[in-house]
Design a protein around this ligand. Structure first.
Ligand SMILES: [Zn+2]
Length: 295
């Protein structure tokens, strides 16, 4: 009888340990315990410090998405950053609109890294740029034997853990800034909205078309923090936790404008700036977002 009792006790302890290990490993792997920076998925967003331009890198599960390539002058800053992150291949390269501060470094990127898909929007009829930087980029793409995927609203694509949807532009706007590709990425409960240099009239159109679907954890603040973007109605719809501004310290445009900063503050957005903070890195496990060290 005593032996039987001992055996039962050992069995009970065994089951209890098994269950406890199971519960702990579930909690750990789902991020309920452990510190924030312990995550198996290497998922981060870098808003690269690249002068008076834009370049955002999103890496997840070994897949890289690059949105814009800053100016020709500062292209090497993006190249060095990507090399520092050990990026060899860019799965999705999105050029939001054909202004120099977004596409200026694109040729260098294409020459340095293997690029799978190039996404660009076909300019509105009658507004096709004739600038050297735009025409040379098209020539470069052709010379590499590549084609451009013509982006349109409602397009979908995946990159690592992220699902991306193109939200705009929804109309054939005349202004090139307003023709910026608007992209929303979602990774489980976390999302990011990138709007290029889109201005407030287009923000209004997006609010009318999408409403609450614009809600995002992270907003890449439009047009380098210009007062002509980040309207109150748009910030209310997006309601971001973080707003990241990409601009150069002491730039001649005065970006970011105090009007835009005040509106962001009023909407309780935590503002991060490449001109003050250098490259801004946000890390996520699909539930929380936290700031990382610069790579
Ligand atoms: Zn710009």
């Amino acid at each position: 009888m005593a032996r039987r009792k001992k055996f039962d006790l050992l069995k009970a302890i065994g089951i209890a340990v098994f269950v406890a290990v199971g519960i702990l490993s579930y909690l750990y792997s789902n991020g309920y315990i452990g510190t924030n920076n312990q995550t198996s998925a290497d998922t981060y967003v870098d808003f690269i410090d690249c002068g008076q331009g834009d370049s955002t890198l999103i890496v997840s599960d070994g897949c890289a998405t690059l949105i814009d390539a800053t100016t020709g002058k500062d292209a090497q800053k993006v190249v060095e950053h990507l090399k520092g992150r050990n990026i060899k291949k860019i799965d999705h390269f999105i050029l939001t609109h054909p202004h120099e501060d977004h596409i200026g470094g694109a040729e260098v990127i294409l020459d340095t890294f293997e690029v799978e898909t190039i996404h660009m929007r076909r300019p509105t009829k009658g507004t096709e740029p004739t600038t050297k930087v735009y025409l040379n980029l098209l020539k470069k793409i052709k010379s590499l034997g590549k084609t451009v995927h013509a982006v349109d609203a409602e397009d979908l694509f995946e990159s690592g853990e992220w699902s991306f949807k193109v939200f705009g532009p929804l109309k054939d706007y005349e202004d090139l800034n307003d023709q910026s590709v608007v992209l929303k990425g979602t990774y489980q409960g976390v999302s990011i909205l990138l709007t290029g240099d889109m201005e407030s009239a287009v923000e209004k159109d997006l609010c009318e078309a999408y409403g609450d679907d614009l809600k995002s954890t992270i907003l890449k603040v439009g047009h380098h923090g210009s007062k002509t973007s980040s309207s109150a109605i748009f910030l209310k719809a997006v309601s971001p936790q973080y707003g990241v501004i990409s601009c150069e310290a002491g730039n001649s445009y005065g970006h970011p404008h105090k009007e835009a900063l005040n509106r962001l503050k009023k909407h309780n957005v935590e503002i991060l700036r490449t001109d003050l903070d250098g490259t801004v890195t946000l890390i996520t496990d699909g539930r929380n977002v936290w700031q990382g060290e610069e790579s």
